[in-house]
Design a protein around this ligand. Sequence first.
Ligand code: SF4
Length: 641
Amino acid sequence: MPVESVFPRLEALLPHVQKPIQYVGGELNSTVKDWDACDVRWALMYPDAYEVGLPNQGVMILYEVLNEREGVLAERTYSVWPDLEALMREHQVPQFTVDAHRPVKAFDVFGLSFSTELGYTNMLTALDLAGIPLEAKDRTIDDPIVLAGGHAAFNPEPIADFIDCAVIGDGEQAVLDITAIIRAWKAEGRPGGRDEVLLRLAKTGGVYVPRFYDVEYLPDGRIARVVANQGAPWRVSKHTVMDLDEWPYPKQPLVPLAETVHERMSVEIFRGCTRGCRFCQAGMITRPVRERSITGIGEMVERGLKATGFEEVGLLSLSSADHTEIGDIAKGLADRYTEDKIGLSLPSTRVDAFNIDLANELTRNGRRSGLTFAPEGGSERIRKVINKMVSEEDLIRTVATAYGNGWRQVKLYFMCGLPTETDEDVLQIGEMAKNVIQKGREVTGQNDIRCTVSIGGFVPKPHTPFQWAPQLSAEATDARLAKLRDSIRGDRKYGKNIGFRYHDGKPGIVEGLLSRGDRRIGAVIRAVYEDGGRFDGWREHFSYDRWMTAAEKGLAGTGVDVDWYTTRERTYEEVLPWDHLDSGLDKDWLWEDWQDALEEVEVDDCRWTPCFECGVCPQMDTKIQIGPTGKKLLPLTVVNS
Ligand code: SF4
């Protein structure tokens, strides 16, 4: 049975909303497949507005991987702005996909990718608009399977009530395996209903189905144990795609119709990071390092540019300058696209891996904007605690070379509230900025040197050595940052040349609550949603008071509260809500690394030293995959010219 497009009903509403273009679909490289020619259908959502969701690589990759397969279709859906939400409710238009404007409820799977926990309330809005019951236990055979993925899914417990299942790790192969299971179950006439298909998924050991896990609590509120029921495996493993060259996606990147956060094409040059920064969840959960080959990158850039017409290429990864062949990649691409004036960018740059030659290559064909470095911690001591192995001397040396090469702007990223941090550690941020400016003045002989410091609050994350750490309260974070601000502003010699950007501590506490929360947090999320909570990742929509009121209501009678989840330090013995989700990292290794942090002991990058047994490689039957391949990115020769 064909599914009716809701577009005729939607179209009438569009003149009354902001940026209607974001809802119309038809982007270059988007795909609409015949509904009836497919037997497994996915609606993929990045639970944020179009401008943030469309460039998301995870969704774009899965969209293409699924649509390439015969008999499978995937369409995209994004969060609608509150103005359209109100009209959709009034006119009973359901949550729709932008590709063919089909109602999300008609699909087999509703897959959501969560990069951050602050998208949880947007998921509830979408479920409700779609006409899908908010809680998994109330769904019937006619509802899609609601599946969560993305980095935040490494602890899906706070949303356990709302999702049917979660997948941790790389999605490319996983979505195909899940498709095969659903296809077989449908072909057999859907025996046993939802429970049966979910059990089949759970039994693979790679799909987490919360309903097959019972959580028992101790009288003091901690978790006593998590027990699998109905024969589900006791732990669920993450998925790891080993050879990135085998997955050269997106091949045909989507070109947005409306303005988005990134107006460029992105190519992921490697996945994973083994530098071991202790605060970095992405680095820990995406191990081991897997590089895409220089020739594979060259082909993706070439094909992507042809398919899109973009004029800038972002070379993505957690620390792009770390690719073993980054110099050749940058030079090769800059050479190849000199004529076309294609700009290149590395969104993430480490102080120590950075070299100015590389920056010069990257900006050869394009704009030279400011340089960005992330020392993360102000003092030498705190950088040892977080294992950010970079000294102030390294930074100053790099910056001096940059100024010598004509750069004039430096941006520095830091965090506030790191474990063991004192006011003194944070005040050092100001000192570092002053030293950077002083060096710039020396090297250039000019006074108009600027340095911007940007500071975010630290949130301890699951599957990292800091998962046991107490989070700094919002008040203490604000007080510490106020001291830093006063010391910078009060400095006559440098104060005017230092830009100071920071976030207050409140959103970090909510993120902390959601990051390390357990199933009891579901009631809080629901209460926030019901009170009108939407777009919590957006400063102008976020309401701390709403979250605190909801937490009081949602956690009433449980004996635990927001502080218990955030500012409390955990012990080695405590069962953590995500212990049954296996990121491959050995819990004892993480604990030892936490102890090393407290003793300010640094740990090397295992790419260049012998393995220090974090557990990932043997457990996942994977290994670090790095070059150099010794290959070069040759200029393209024009065929038949
Ligand atoms: S198992 Fe060893 S080589 Fe593999 S990521 Fe961990 S420390 Fe590195």
